[in-house]
Design a binder for this molecule. Structure first.
Ligand SMILES: NC(=O)c1ccc[n+]([C@@H]2O[C@H](COP(=O)([O-])OP(=O)(O)OC[C@H]3O[C@@H](n4cnc5c(N)ncnc54)[C@H](OP(=O)(O)O)[C@@H]3O)[C@@H](O)[C@H]2O)c1
Length: 322
């Protein structure tokens, strides 16, 4: 079958290890099943894999891609939960299983015509969402859902700052947060993206590092080093940073004095559970929110999507169709 794989790791030139071509059919262990992929979404995770972050060379070649929607073996329309883990080993939460992985880390991912996944990882796709929209949910939108509704600790009406408006997780935070009644402020490096953030539902948009009209209750951080100091300074005393990513680097000064003196909390967040993914699909059905897709490309043109992501030339998700 046709697939997009990470064949080599190169921290500085990630695209040099990207290969498109024939790959063996999925191996299907007991308790697993095969999904025929109709649409798959790109995440920064796929770029990290090519850079060698979160994976070792002995796992290569491996099919990339965490997020897919398609048909199960009985022709039901499904969304694929990307977390491979045992809820019992994580106290009821598979994201806390110490051995959990994401599709494309230990097992072949979804940038292929077919993918093998544990049976429990199939979630019904709502008819109201297209395959392309549904494929955006399992990583970026699920991460945003958990950041907002499990980790933020604040109720609708609170003010949330989303750093880096254009990203997949960031646009999800704006859309889901707005629909749930939070006041969303956003930052972006680009004026065009700030304008688009406002159109998407952000209440105000600012340049990176800008002084805000007032301090916020929570900062949603996925940019990391480039925005960390601003995140720490933008919070009310007792406020919280929910961090799910560090695209621009993960070693900024920790600002410990400000953290303890203004009694901030820093809360890490990763992915979500299968049940949260099922609730997210219902949230989209009930509110009418649809994932924002920057572009849809044939899987055979996947390199163009990776290139746009590496350049930061995106607003929303890149979707591939096999
Ligand atoms: N913990 C988890 O479960 C989880 C799940 C999903 C993603 N993540 C992580 O979250 C991060 C975002 O993922 P994504 O898929 O949304 O990526 P993406 O679509 O490529 O978005 C990249 C984001 O980073 C911002 N950015 C990049 N470089 C920047 C810089 N130098 N200065 C300021 N902003 C910069 C962009 O903002 P502007 O272009 O608007 O300025 C944009 O918001 C990644 O690091 C990813 O690994 C983690």
């Amino acid at each position: 079958m046709f697939a997009v794989t990470a064949a080599r790791i190169d921290a500085d030139d990630p695209l040099s290890g990207l290969e498109l071509g024939e790959h063996p059919e999925p191996n299907v262990p007991g308790g697993w099943t095969t999904v025929t992929v109709k649409a798959a979404a790109l995440n920064h995770h796929d770029v990290w894999t090519l850079r060698g972050v979160g994976i070792s060379g002995d796992r290569l070649p491996i099919v990339l891609g965490c997020d897919a929607a398609g048909y199960d073996e009985d022709d039901n329309e499904v969304v694929v939960h990307a977390v491979i883990g045992d809820p019992d080993a994580g106290g009821g939460d598979e994201t806390l299983d110490p051995r959990r992985s994401l599709l494309s880390e230990r097992h072949d991912g979804v940038f292929a015509e077919r993918v093998a996944v544990p049976r429990r990882n199939l979630v019904p796709k709502p008819a109201a969402l297209s395959f392309e929209e549904a494929a955006c949910l399992p990583t970026a939108y699920l991460t945003a859902y958990k950041m907002l509704f499990e980790k933020s600790g604040v109720q609708p009406g609170a003010t949330l700052l989303v750093q880096g408006a254009g990203g997949g997780v960031a646009t999800a935070l704006i859309l889901l947060g707005r629909a749930a009644g939070y006041r969303i402020w956003a930052t972006s490096r680009s004026e065009a993206k700030r304008d688009r953030a406002l159109k998407l539902g952000a209440d105000q948009a600012f340049e990176n590092g800008a002084r805000l009209p007032e301090r916020v209750d929570v900062v949603m951080e996925t940019v990391g080093q480039a925005t960390w100091a601003h995140s720490v300074r933008s919070l009310k005393p007792g406020g919280r940073i929910v961090i799910a990513g560090a695209t621009s680097g993960d070693a900024p000064p920790a600002e410990l004095t400000r953290v303890f003196f203004t009694q901030l909390s820093v809360t890490g967040s990763t992915m979500g559970t299968r049940d949260q993914l099922a609730r997210l699909t219902r949230f989209c059905e009930q509110t009418g929110v649809r994932p924002l897709i920057d572009r849809t490309l044939p899987l055979a043109h996947a390199r163009d999507g990776f290139q746009a992501m590496i350049k930061g030339d995106l607003f929303g998700k890149v979707v591939f169709t096999p």
